[in-house]
Design a binder for this molecule. Structure first.
Ligand code: NZQ
Ligand code: ZN
Length: 385
């Protein structure tokens, strides 16, 4: 196994009622002014906003609202948040929402402590922030796993780039599966598929040696598949939602990446598609994954065979290549089974989108088994239409 250093500084409070029981206590020493950051208003409809503000008031905090963080958060929104932190002398940021709210807050937290433009600093100078306004998170929609790492995906609308930045890591996170009951079901499935994608993008990253990370990853992927199927039959199944919520954190808390290089080529393509179309992350991944894997499986037959057998339970076919392809087709069939889109048209992405520009602006990763060219990415995008 490759050398590694592992640590995770986020303390997790998992389960029903955690916010009520522990949040007040956790806020004791964070300062007087707390910025409550959230999205487009779902937390006002489902009662989470009232629950959290009551606790903040009981804890004697001055509450500064930061609403309106959109899905696929923008760099302009980050700047708005940093300004609000300064104007109100915010001591602590509490992010309440899905991946978009948490991601935006991670970068607000860094920008508020830096005199430099954080986008320029990270993407041009390749310098990374070390000073942050401390933050905590309450997850209301699972999938991205953003709550247990310091990565954030931000869209720079002016530059048409959606990419990962490094920001703050939440000191604590509440994962209460009952908070996800009000998430539109399509988004629940799209989030769960995002988790499966994180598993796959890590699994197909090198090296392919015998390692514990891949063994755990297979269990996580099988669990996601099993629990999505349970939810399809029984939308409100608390146990299945719990498993999916924890799988989401497990896929992105670094455990599965130990000793691995990881790939994330599908994410890089989807992020640029998002920069051009503002599409839903999980849906974009669902369309691109099978097409991408059909392009590359012949370059990594052994790994794709293991994926087919250990994740999808496929029995050996006549040739290894056939077994490998059967795994990719099982993934494609699963995507249809769970009602995710299988083409950009089904996602409502206009056919006159500048796919050439999407392809050319996509980061090429080390590659799981084949390093793609921009022309190949363009071909893949064309096949997704
Ligand atoms: O904005 P509100 O009104 O809250 O509505 C949201 C939003 O419309 C809604 N929602 C969330 N919790 C809800 C709820 N609706 C009803 N009841 C609730 N309890 O769900 C919609 C989607 O929310 P969003 O946060 O955008 O979804 P998700 O968690 O999938 O996050 C997507 C973003 O995360 C990035 C994606 O690229 C995308 O920008 N990612 C972040 C990663 C990371 N930091 O590690 C990794 C991922 O690969 C991903 O790229
Ligand atoms: Zn993702």
């Amino acid at each position: 196994m490759n050398n590694f250093i592992y640590g995770n500084t986020t303390k997790v409070y998992f389960g029903k009622g955690g916010v009520k029981e522990y949040l007040c206590c956790l806020l004791k020493n964070v300062g007087d002014t707390v910025m409550l950051a959230y999205g487009g208003g779902s937390i006002k409809k489902n009662g989470i906003y009232d629950e959290v503000t009551a606790i903040l008031q009981k804890a004697g905090k001055t509450v500064v609202d930061f609403p309106g963080i959109m899905p696929n958060p923008t760099y302009a929104k980050v700047q708005e948040g940093a300004k609000r932190v300064h104007e109100n002398h915010v001591d602590f940021i509490l992010a309440v929402g899905g991946g978009s709210v948490i991601d935006c807050c991670k970068i607000v937290s860094a920008q508020a402590k830096s005199a430099e433009d954080i986008w320029e600093m990270e993407t041009v100078k390749r310098d990374f922030p070390t000073d942050f306004i401390p933050m905590g998170a309450i997850v209301t929609a699972a999938g991205t796993g953003s709550e247990m790492n310091n990565g954030a995906v931000i869209t720079n609308e002016a530059q048409k780039i959606k990419c990962g930045l490094m920001g703050a890591q939440a000191q604590f996170v509440f994962l209460d599966p009952s908070y996800t009951m009000s998430v539109p079901f399509k988004q629940v499935i799209s989030g769960a598929f995002d988790t499966l994608s994180h598993g796959m993008e890590t699994y197909f990253g090198k090296p392919y040696d015998n390692n514990l990370s891949d063994d755990i990853n297979e269990a996580v992927m099988r669990s996601v598949i099993r629990n999505i199927r349970i939810l399809l039959r029984d939308h409100e199944n608390y146990d299945a939602r719990s498993e999916l919520m924890w799988a989401s954190s497990m896929a992105e808390n670094g455990i599965l990446k130990i000793g691995k290089i990881t790939d994330f080529q599908c994410h890089q393509i989807e992020h640029q598609l998002g920069a051009y179309t503002d599409c839903n992350h999980g849906q974009g991944l669902a369309v691109i994954h099978p097409v991408l894997y059909r392009h590359i499986y012949k370059n990594g037959v052994e790994r794709f065979v293991r994926f087919a057998e250990n994740v999808w339970g496929i029995k050996e076919k006549k040739t290894a290549e056939k077994t490998a392809l059967a795994g990719v087709e099982a993934l494609a069939t699963f995507i249809e089974e769970i009602g995710l889109p299988t083409s950009f048209m089904q996602m409502g992405i206009p056919t006159d989108t500048n796919f050439r520009a999407v392809a050319d602006s996509t980061n090429i990763t080390a590659g799981c088994c084949k390093k793609l060219t921009h022309d190949e990415i363009y071909e893949i995008l064309q096949e997704c239409i």
